[in-house]
Design a protein around this ligand. Structure first.
Ligand code: GLU
Length: 339
């Protein structure tokens, strides 16, 4: 049987680190090194490895992920595995999901434990990612699955996966939707197909989102008794600051502190402003609470309702919409589809 052709694209991250003379871990390994560390890969797939960059994912940019998506879109292979750092994986994988519409598996993986430690997870995660990319069920449902994240023998949808711990091995989860599949022995066990209607709507409105200009989006987490000085700075100095949109990590089902509400409303009149749940995503309220700082009034005042997306993912979506040149009404429509 011919082995699937899998392209491995390495961006950097803990999975690609090695110790310097002082023992500090530095970016260093390339895609060939990662593949060479897992000899069994050659029995599963015809691997073609390419080092795209050697950077920590905390330093990746939107432009780099747009370039990566364009590269993946042009590949003639049976599947793609991207390796990178874990720190922004929940954002980069979602951006790839918004930009790509391929019928081959596209998988992002990483490592929490670096190669100098006992039992690093990078080799196992790379093996699991390639197994998933080669799996017949995954290949048959690749478009319906969208971009996937494989960590610690679980497969997650890019729109749902979150990094939920800064250091431990089981740092990834999809708290709302759960995993799409699990790896057991050498098998992929399917568990669910993701609901992708909102992604389909977003893609239709975004069109070809590549090539647009970067459109910085501020992410402001609203805590107890937030007075809103940063909101005021954006209201008064938007052009100097350069932000083209704002995501507010809001309380509960879509509430903001009452003392900051006039500024929140003014902000929404100046730049597209998305309200997203600071609880970590999850469907928001639309018509339960009254009062000036609750969802009914905020929605009437022109705030864009973020839907079930985590604020970090809402920020990625808003940047992508603004980069694509979408206006406020279309952006609201895109977010509305997320529930
Ligand atoms: N901050 C680095 C990165 O995201 C290391 C963390 C990691 O890979 O887990 O690339």
């Amino acid at each position: 049987m011919t082995r699937p052709r899998i392209k491995v694209l390495a961006l950097g991250g803990t999975i690609a680190t090695r110790p310097d003379a002082s023992g500090a871990m530095q970016m260093g390994l390339g895609a060939d090194d990662l593949v060479a560390a897992v000899p069994i890969l050659a029995t599963l797939a015809e691997i073609d490895a390419e080092t795209v960059s050697r950077v920590g994912s905390h330093s990746l940019g939107f432009d780099q992920i747009h370039a990566l998506a364009a590269r993946i879109a042009a590949l003639e292979v049976d599947g793609v595995v991207v390796t990178q750092g874990t720190d922004t994986l929940e954002e980069t994988s979602f951006l790839l999901d918004l930009l790509l519409d391929r019928d081959i598996p596209v998988i992002v993986t990483a490592a929490m434990r670096n190669p100098a430690l006992t039992s690093p997870d990078g080799p196992g995660n790379l093996l699991a990612a390639v197994r998933v990319a080669c799996d017949p069920w995954v290949r048959a449902h690749a478009r319906a699955l969208g971009v996937m994240v494989v960590m610690l023998d679980e497969v997650y949808a890019a729109a749902d996966v979150l990094k939920v711990h800064p250091t431990r091995l089981n740092a990834f989860a999809a708290p709302q939707a759960g995993p799409l599949a699990a790896l057991v022995e050498d098998r992929v066990v399917p568990l669910a197909l993701p609901v992708r209607d909102a992604i389909v709507v977003a893609r239709a409105r975004l069109g070809d989102a590549s090539g647009g200009k970067e459109s910085p989006v501020a992410l402001l987490w609203l805590g107890l008794d937030e007075p809103g000085y940063l909101l005021e700075a954006i209201v008064d100095h938007r052009d100097q600051l350069g932000y083209r949109g704002v995501v507010l990590g809001a309380m509960g089902g879509g509430h903001v502190p009452e003392r900051a509400t006039p500024l929140v409303v003014r902000l929404a009149g100046i730049v597209p402003t998305v309200v997203s749940p600071r609880a970590g995503g999850g469907p928001m309220l639309r018509q339960t609470y009254g009062g000036p700082s609750s969802e009914i009034a905020l929605r009437k005042a022109g705030l864009i309702w973020g839907g079930r997306l985590h604020p970090l993912k809402a920020r990625v979506l808003l940047e992508t919409c603004l980069r694509a040149g979408l206006g406020r009404a279309t952006i609201a429509e895109v977010f509305d589809a997320f529930g």
